[in-house]
Design a protein around this ligand. Structure first.
Ligand code: AMP
Length: 401
């Protein structure tokens, strides 16, 4: 079975084609600048040179057609015919409260997803445009929707409710949802596999640390709490997002400075985080370099970031009544030994010791706690696309029976 995974944004689209018989990636690629001058498709077929196509792509349908053309191309293609693609799995950021697992797409679901879009106005509409385009081009191919929020739907109300009037939860579904769920699920399961343990007996904290960052408490295989909230703005200090802060700052900015909702929203999402504090960059590589060169605000931004992650790990150990493993993933989590070591400083009382020699890895699976540590420290590169492909395979097989 071959499964195409698509992750569509407003002007970009990532794809990977899997052969599910051995979960091998046959080709992957990225379309950039859809609907903007200078559209670009970078296609990377396995075992062949990358292929770049620069041509006008005014909309997602044309972009997806070009991806399909590349996949069947006699030179850079990896399949002979589009019919070889058994199913397509689409990533969608927000599934609201209704979707606690991945689902097969049909007309009714498309309607329901429009309704959910108001909870994620920046992310869901581009994904829906991508899905619509794909369904038009491949009308007989089964498709699935895999949500970033699904994994967190196992949280109890005590973890997902906000202390605001209950009616707002009932009328507007204002609650914690959590994001990066596919990533947290993948690394938590992979951690149990690597440790040769049953995930149902384990308490794991998964740290997805990238441009957007979140931490999740995974108890017995289920998410019981997570740092992102109603939107992906909550929780950790991020590249450009505030993470947790006193909500009264919002009303202060509005009443004292005369800012409107849009301006505050822009400040909190695009101008804050480590960028806002450092004034240097939202990119952790730039910050680590600037701090090493003596930039005090870059150092402060990094210290704040590490401290916030440390506090979340500690609070999730408390929420789960203990901890067996801490997993680091995503751009920073996978690639920065310094970030991992700074975050873990002071948490040794939980029952681990960092093995600095083992921690000196980038982008590779490793257990970097010392051999006698009770709590295991791990780096696991995330693989959201593979999770989407796996869910898609299962749903399509179930639908056949
Ligand atoms: P992501 O959103 O998962 O792609 O992660 C992007 C973030 O990871 C950026 O802030 C990068 O600076 C950071 N990152 C990637 N590689 C490294 C590295 N080698 N050292 C430190 N940070 C890194």
């Amino acid at each position: 079975m071959k499964v195409l995974v698509i992750n569509a944004g407003s002007s970009s689209l990532k794809y990977q084609l899997y052969d599910m018989s051995n979960e091998a990636v046959l080709a992957k690629g990225l379309v950039e600048r859809i609907g903007i001058e200078g559209s670009l498709l970078t296609h990377r077929p396995e075992g062949k040179d990358k292929h770049v196509i620069e041509t006008e792509m005014p909309d997602h349908k044309i972009a997806i057609q070009l991806v399909l053309d590349a996949l069947v191309d006699p030179v850079v293609g990896v399949i002979k015919n589009v019919d070889e693609i058994t199913a397509v799995g689409h990533r969608i950021v927000h599934g609201g409260e209704k979707y606690s697992s991945s689902v097969l797409l049909d007309d009714q679901l498309m309607e329901e997803l429009k309704e959910v879009s108001k909870l994620a106005p920046l992310h869901n509409p581009p994904a829906l445009i991508g899905i619509r385009a794909c369904r038009e081009l491949m009308p007989h191919t089964p498709m699935t929707a895999v949500f970033d929020t699904s994994f967190h739907q196992t949280m109890d109300p005590v973890a997902y409710m906000y202390a605001i009037p209950y009616e707002l939860y009932e009328s507007d579904k204002i609650r914690r949802y959590g994001f990066h769920g596919t990533s947290h699920k993948y690394v938590a399961n992979r951690a149990a596999e690597m440790l040769n343990r049953n995930i149902e007996d384990m308490k794991i904290v998964t740290c997805h640390l990238g441009n957007g960052s979140s931490v999740t408490a995974v108890k017995h295989g289920k998410a019981i709490d997570t740092s992102m909230g109603f939107t992906p703005l909550a929780g950790l200090v991020m590249g450009t997002r505030t993470g947790d802060m006193d909500p009264a700052i919002v009303t202060y900015l509005m009443s004292e400075k005369g800012w409107d909702a849009k301006a505050v929203d822009n400040l909190m999402n695009k101008k804050s985080g480590v960028l806002g504090v450092s004034g240097v960059s939202s990119d952790f590589r730039d910050l680590e370099k600037a701090a090493a060169e003596g930039n005090k605000r870059a150092q402060l931004a990094l210290d704040m970031f590490h401290y916030r992650v440390r506090k979340y790990i500690g609070s999730y150990a408390a929420a789960m009544g203990g901890i067996d493993a801490i997993v680091f993933t995503a751009g920073l989590g996978e690639n920065s030994p310094m970030a991992r070591e700074e975050i873990l400083k002071g948490l040794e009382f939980l029952g681990f010791e960092v093995d600095l020699a083992k921690d000196n890895v980038r982008g590779k699976e490793v257990i970097f706690s010392s051999d006698n540590s009770r709590v295991k420290l791990m780096v696991i590169p995330t693989n959201e696309e593979l999770m989407i492909a796996r869910d898609t395979k299962v749903l399509v097989q179930e639908a056949k029976h």
